[in-house]
Ligand binder design. Structure first.
Ligand code: FES
Length: 122
């Protein structure tokens, strides 16, 4: 039987708090939608960062989050469209474009973007 985890989501844009059970083998965004919870998203495949959240507590697994730098993952950001829960979790939605700005703002400012992607320093 697949284990489930309790996820608390604070949607800072709408001021709503949601709590739901998410099976370990399901994307958190997808399961939230199945519960009628509306959260920001766009590409749904880990590339655009529209669905980014700050992980306040708990453990998340996001091997397909190609749009998120290792640095920002370490800082506790996650992309809900490609994230699995590995424990009970508490997350909150980012400010609009927060992660995009953190990843790309500095590179555009310094002119370090090559072929549309920042150079990965890891
Ligand atoms: S919706 Fe684009 S990264 Fe999640």
């Amino acid at each position: 039987m697949v284990q489930t985890h309790k996820i608390k989501i604070h949607n800072r844009q709408t001021g709503e708090f949601h709590t739901l059970e998410v099976p370990e083998d399901r994307y958190i965004l997808h399961t939230s939608e199945n519960h009628g919870i509306e959260l920001p998203f766009s590409c749904r495949n880990g590339a655009c960062t529209a669905c980014a959240v700050r992980v306040l507590s708990g453990e998340i697994y996001q091997p397909e989050a190609v749009g998120l730098s290792p640095d920002l993952r370490r800082q506790g950001y996650a992309l809900l469209c490609v994230s699995y829960a590995r424990s009970d979790l508490e997350v909150e939605t980012q400010d609009e474009d927060e992660v995009y700005e953190l990843q790309f703002g500095q590179y555009f400012a310094r002119g370090r973007v090559r072929a549309g992607l920042p150079l990965d320093e890891d």
